[in-house]
Every structure is written in C-alpha cells, then in structure tokens.
Design a protein around this ligand. Structure first.
Ligand code: ADP
Ligand code: MG
Length: 598
C-alpha cells in the first residue's frame, strides 16, 4: 500500500498521482486528506507556499464530488488569475481518471461569455477569483446555491488584496450546510476573523511554524534628496547584480516613466499597470517569471497578480499612501521560506512615515546608505570576475582561437586578466567615477539602529569583507546565522550583513574585531578557505591593502569635481541572460539628459 493509498484515496486518484510522479504525501497533505475524506468538517490549514496545499484540498474534493451530477458542488476561491489557472490545471490533472468531472476557471480579464458557456455545460468544480465570481453571480450566470464544499485558497493573499467584501458577498450565496476549507500560508488577524465569522468549529492543522510572513524580510530605507530618487534606484540595482525585484510606484504614470527610463538606461525592466491591456500585462508577467525582466515596475493594484516566489528585493520607489499597502508590497518578497529585502527610497520629509510603518510591522528599519559609485564599481568587478569563472565555454569559439591568439600574442596572463575585466569595469568606472554622494543626512540618527547609519564612524563598528556569498548558498539571514554560530556571538553582535553574489560584508562592534579576524585565520569550510578581512570602505566596498595603486580612492568617492555631475543614462548591457552587451555611450547622454524627474 502506498502512502497515498493509506490516506484513503481511491484508485482514480491514485492512478493520477502515479502519473504525476508524486511519491509521498507532503505534510499538509498527510494531515488534511484523511480529515477531509472522513468528516464533513470545516478546516483551517496553515502551511507555507509550495507545500502542496492544492492537492491537500484537491484530492479529497475530487473524491467527494459526484461526477454523475452536473450540479456545481465545489467552489474554490483564489486570489489571482494566475493562481486560478494553476489550480484549475492541477485539478484537471488530478481528476483525469474521473469520468465526467469538469473543473472550470472563472477569472477577470477574459471573455465572460466563454466562461458562462463552460459553466452551462456543467462544472462540478469551479475555481474563481472573487471579483469575477461576484460579477457572474450578479448576472445570474452561475449558481452556487447547492455547493457542498467551499475552499478559500491562499486566504491571506485574498484578504491582503482587499477581497474581504467580495468573499462575504459570495459566501452569502452559498448554502449554510456546506464545508468550508481555508488554506493559507499565514494566519494574520484578518484570516482569523474570516475563520471565526464564516466557519463552524473548524479543525485546525498547522505545518511547520505559524509564520507571520514578515520575519523573513529585512526592511531598509535610503534617505535621498527628492531629485535623486531615480539615480538611487539605479545604484541599488547596480549594487545588487543578481537582483530580481518589484519596484513600486504610486501612480500609473510614474510606473510607466520609471520603467521607460530604466529600459532606456539598459536595464531589464518592464512596467505593469492598469493602463496596459491584458495581453500586454501577460507578456510582461511571463517575461518576469522567466527572469528576462529583473526589475518589474508596478502599481499596487497591478502587482496584485504577482505570484512569483523568488523575488529578492521589493523596492519602494515611493512610499504608498496607506501603511497597510506597505505590508502588501514587502510581502512580495521573503516568500516560500526564502529571505528578502524591502527597500524604501525616501526623502527627509517622509521619515516619520517610516516610524509609523515600524509600529505597524513590529520590525525596525535599517537606515542604509546608497552605495557610492566606487563601491558599485567594485561590486561589479567581482561580479564580472565571477561570471568569467562560471561561464560555460562555448566550443564555437574554438574555430576562431588561432586568429585570436595571434591578436593577443605576447600578453601574459596578468595583463590579459587586467584587460578583460577592464572592458566592462571601465564602463562602470567612467560612469560612476566622480558621481556625487546621494545620501541625504538624517537629522536624528536613531541609536536603536545601532550600526545602521553611523556605524562606520571611528567610535562605531568595523565592516568586514568575507569571500562567501549567494553562490555559496547564503542569504543575509543564513550568513548571519553562520557567522553567529562560528563566532559564537549573539545575533545582535553582527549587523548590516550584505550578501552579494560571490562575497559579502558585515559589521561588528570594534571590540570584536580581533576575535573575528582570529577565528577566520586559515578557516576552511568544505575544504575551501573562508577569508575575512576588514573592509576599509565605509559603506561596504573593499579596498585591499595590498593593492596600493587604488589607495587614493577615498577622494574619488566624494564628488570632488566642482560641477555637480548627475547620473544620467548608463547602459548595463542588455540582458545578462543572453550575455549580449549593449554598450551605450553614457557620456553623451549624460550631457543632454538629467535624471530624477521628481
Ligand atoms: P502550495 O499551494 O502549498 O503553494 P502547490 O499545491 O502549488 O503548493 O504545490 C507546489 C508544487 O508541488 C506543485 O508543482 C505540485 O504539483 C507539487 N506537489 C504537490 N504535492 C506533491 C507531492 N506529494 N509530491 C511531489 N510534488 C508535489
Ligand atoms: Mg497554493
């Protein structure tokens, strides 16, 4: 007997499960399926994204539906069109051996007539987004007065997106005697309220820890002058070469403008807002999902449909008007057990909003500095070196190698390396060299964020460079844990942990410096040297002492030149995926254009 069989599933489902290649039930499936099969009960099931909740309710639902009757018996509400389609697809796969069972998807942005036709043909299971569902009930196209099962999937997201009223309306059209199954990744107050109001003594199961969904996100703010917002955005992106982000703007117009400027400046960006057609939005979302777009610039409303799990950064280009909205934005990252960073670009007058948000999210922001131009150059340089190291050799080049060897005749390895990295580095260097410091001075630096804004002053803390990063599987949380455990320190002893692709930075109080450097002398993990050095660039960049030639850099860091140079167009070079380079002469553009249209 397989484990799925032991849960009480029938052969039609077991066959489909075999076809799907599922071998063992996930925890949420193991816990929910027997309960749902045996009892007619309400259920609240909490489990993180990606734990197989769809099958946890899908299998029992399919088994309990009478496929000989054409009456709609099961309604699944889900927050977005994408999820709705995904669930429908899964349900169809699960029920492929159940004769006559029909699952139909109901969602906005597509022909209502066609959906009505499908319903009319008979759909025992309907998967719907709340908005379209309400619409169809209103038009009398769909009858849910005889359903036996109502499933609220991703309930936290639905409530996040403001569907409470719609859900209430929809439920009022369902019979009293039915079972309601609520599935959610988190259990915020709002979900608890729904459970209390619309459910009857629900059984409750929890998989893993009940996460509130916020503790995996680090919140950071960057204080800049109002006109420097756009430049700051670019620097934040350049300082995080692997970024995969949603950039939130307040209006459709700003969204479009920021996206256009980013594209013009050579970034892999796209806009998502309500003035686009459904088709355009689908194109953008598909490109984003495939990571062809690294920076998705979106309005709050349009971003509701985003169900992408590995977003590394949420960037608040402007803060939203409502604090509530901020939590929805930042919740786009740090999903599925991963960590994420929510960055806010603000001006001084908005500082008090940060305090209000901190109260709401019960988490402190870290005041961070926009990286200086030279730091970005450094980060990009290591990124490039890393890319060279990991690039797969294309055998097609072999053919040209003899000729290329002729061209490069007489250069030694060092010179060759210098030249290769200079090709790209010089573009960044020319662009960022002498650009000004974008950071606005915060009048009341808060002590509680120790090490956050002022920690590089002489009396403060020490910044370190460590030669492990994302490539070694670290994010800021896991690196912090690793350091904390290795150094046997308290988690508050380490701060400003910044993980880049192949290296990272972190801070400690000055008093811990010797201990830290000592611990990491000849320190190996899995046979590889893990090296920690003091970084003498205050904001994270590293200057190696043994490369004296760059020693004058501090001067360049600040804007030494009298004429204030603003950051204009800079081409990062096309899609990083395809590796094509689109070299734009940034110098020319810079003279013509000014950025920061705020
Ligand atoms: P959730 O709703 O909890 O975010 P999903 O139901 O979307 O998760 O499932 C995530 C993925 O895991 C899907 O691709 C699904 O097909 C797969 N999956 C679900 N259950 C199992 C299982 N028991 N074994 C293997 N894969 C599974
Ligand atoms: Mg799900």
């Amino acid at each position: 007997m397989t484990k799925f069989e032991a849960l009480g599933l029938n052969s039609a489902l077991l066959n489909a499960i075999t076809d799907l290649g599922f071998e063992t039930p996930s925890e949420v499936q193991e816990k929910s399926i027997p309960i749902l099969l045996e009892d007619e009960t309400d259920l609240v099931a909490l489990a993180q994204t990606g734990t197989g909740k769809t099958a946890a309710f899908g299998f029992p639902l399919i088994q309990k539906i009478d496929s000989n009757s054409r009456t709609t018996q099961g309604l699944i509400l889900s927050p977005t069109r994408e999820l709705c389609l995904q669930i429908t697809n899964e349900m169809q796969l699960y029920s492929k051996y159940v004769q006559g069972l029909n699952t139909v998807a109901i969602y906005g942005g597509a022909s209502i007539t066609e959906q009505a036709r499908q319903i009319k043909r008979g759909a025992q299971i309907v998967v719907a987004t709340p908005g379209r569902m309400k619409d169809m009930i209103g038009r009398g196209i769909i009858d849910i007065s005889k359903i036996d099962y109502c499933i609220l999937d991703e309930a936290d997201e639905m409530l996040n997106m403001g569907f409470y009223e719609d859900i209430k309306d929809i439920l009022s059209n369902t019979p009293k005697e039915k079972s309601t199954w609520l599935f959610s990744a988190t259990m915020p107050k709002e979900v608890a309220t729904i459970a209390k109001k619309f459910m009857h003594h629900p059984k409750e199961i929890t998989v893993g820890t009940k996460n509130s969904g916020v503790d995996t996100v680090q919140h950071e703010y960057y204080l800049v002058g109002g006109r420097d917002r756009y430049s700051a955005l670019k620097r934040l992106s350049d300082a995080n070469p692997g970024i995969f982000s949603v950039v939130f703007c307040r209006t459709k117009r700003d969204t479009q403008k920021v996206a256009e400027k980013l594209i013009e400046d050579g970034y892999n960006a796209g806009a998502l807002h309500g003035d686009l057609s459904q088709n355009q939005r689908d194109l953008v979302m598909n490109a984003f999902r495939k990571k062809q777009i690294q920076m998705l610039v979106a309005t709050d409303v349009a971003a509701r449909g985003i169900d992408v799990d590995d977003i590394t950064h949420v960037i608040n280009y402007q803060l939203p008007d409502e604090i509530e909205t901020y939590t929805h934005r930042s919740g786009r990252t740090g999903r599925a057990g991963k960590s994420g960073i929510s960055m806010v670009i603000i001006t001084r007058s908005e500082l008090r909003k940060i305090h209000a948000i901190e109260k709401k999210i019960k988490q402190n922001f870290i005041a961070k500095k926009i990286p200086s131009g030279i730091e970005i150059c450094e980060i990009q340089l290591y990124h490039l070196a890393n890319k060279i190291r990991t690039t797969e050799i294309n055998e097609e080049v072999n053919h040209y190698l003899p000729a290329i060897h002729d061209v490069l005749e007489g250069m030694d390895r060092d010179e060759l390396i210098q030249k290769i990295v200079s090709v790209e580095f010089t573009r960044f260097y020319n662009y960022y060299n002498k650009t000004k410091d974008l950071n606005s001075v915060e009048p009341d630096r808060r002590e509680k964020n120790k090490g956050a804004s002022d920690d590089f002053s002489s009396n403060g803390s020490v910044r370190y460079f460590i030669n492990v990063g994302e490539r070694d599987g670290y994010d800021w949380m896991s690196l912090k844990d690793f350091l904390k455990d290795t150094l046997q320190l308290d988690k508050n002893d380490l701060f400003r942990v910044d993980v880049k692709e192949s290296f990272s930075f972190f801070n400690s109080e000055a008093a811990l410096k010797d201990q830290i450097l000592e611990t990491f002398t000849d320190f190996k993990v899995n046979g590889r040297f893990v090296n920690v050095e003091v970084s003498d660039s205050p904001e994270g960049g590293r200057r190696r002492r043994d490369k004296g030639a760059k020693g004058k850099r501090d001067g360049r860091d600040r804007n030494k030149s009298k004429g204030k140079k603003r950051e204009g167009s800079f081409s990062k070079g096309g899609s990083r995926r395809s590796g094509t380079k689109q070299v734009t002469s940034s110098g020319n553009r810079r003279s013509k254009k000014r950025d920061g249209f705020y």
